[in-house]
Design a protein around this ligand. Sequence first.
Ligand code: ADP
Length: 314
Amino acid sequence: MAAVTTSGLVIVLGGINMDLVAITPRFPAAGETVVGDRFLTYPGGKGANQAVASAMMGADTLMVGRVGDDQFGPELMAALRSKGVNVAGVGIVPDVSSGIAVIAIDGSAQNSIIQILGANNACDYEEVEYVSEYLDRASTLMLQLETPIGVSLEAAREARARGKTVILDPGPVRPIPQDFYHCCNVITPNETEAQALVGFPVTDRESAARAAQTLLDRGVELAVVTLGAQGAVYATVRMSGYVAPFPVTAVDSVAAGDAFNGALAAALARGEEAGQAVRIASAAGALAVTKSGAQSSMPSEAEVAALLQSQTGA
Ligand code: ADP
């Protein structure tokens, strides 16, 4: 394991959501009411989840984004704070709801989701200025595609110009401008996202390696393609590798990618080299699937270290 030599703030600019989950025996038809079994609320959003994962891995982590002035805003901020995330960069937008996902899960574990962007969509140049203000203390900027892409691109440009590591998790799937690749050091699509970006099926190690190469050709320095229970493939211009999945008992795959990304950001921020950072991230992703929920399933630094050690026998 590389010595921990440097560390810096991880800034996460991204989406903050409340997930409202109804468990029901079956979905209602249009106009129909069905009696469901249970109702749960989970703080979520890719940005917020990744910020929690990064903080849980010991990185000084700042969340930048927006919540609405509804009852969920304070709850979402409290959830982040309780996991050690600095929420000084989270603004409250008047007269708009927080980002919300209304999720129904039926008896066969199928889900249907209505996503309301709400306050996330109100992120604008103010967030870029906020990121800029903190960049001197930061080593890493973590981005996803749940907030307006122009804002993320501007923040990425600024961070890149100041020599920081920019990581883009390109989800949820949408086209990204070529410019964005040049502003990102690291890109971390899952299979579906990789396929949408490169335009050919990404289903296994071999196709993921080709996708990673394509993404390198577009200008990133490290491309990581996550393959769920099949592990993760990564490539830089000098080397490439594969991290096999850590053997775990899967309970709920929600937010595995967020655990992976947050842990990757924290590992790169403290100076781990690419291959080791992807290993650490893979251990975090594996541990996240052993627990249900999103932010509640993010593993601690100690849990990740224990899993890594059990696999190396060190
Ligand atoms: P996403 O949630 O974005 O679709 P993935 O499902 O690809 O992300 O998961 C991210 C990473 O988490 C994988 O590359 C792998 O390292 C780890 N992971 C996910 N599911 C499992 C699993 N069932 N067993 C072991 N590791 C897993």
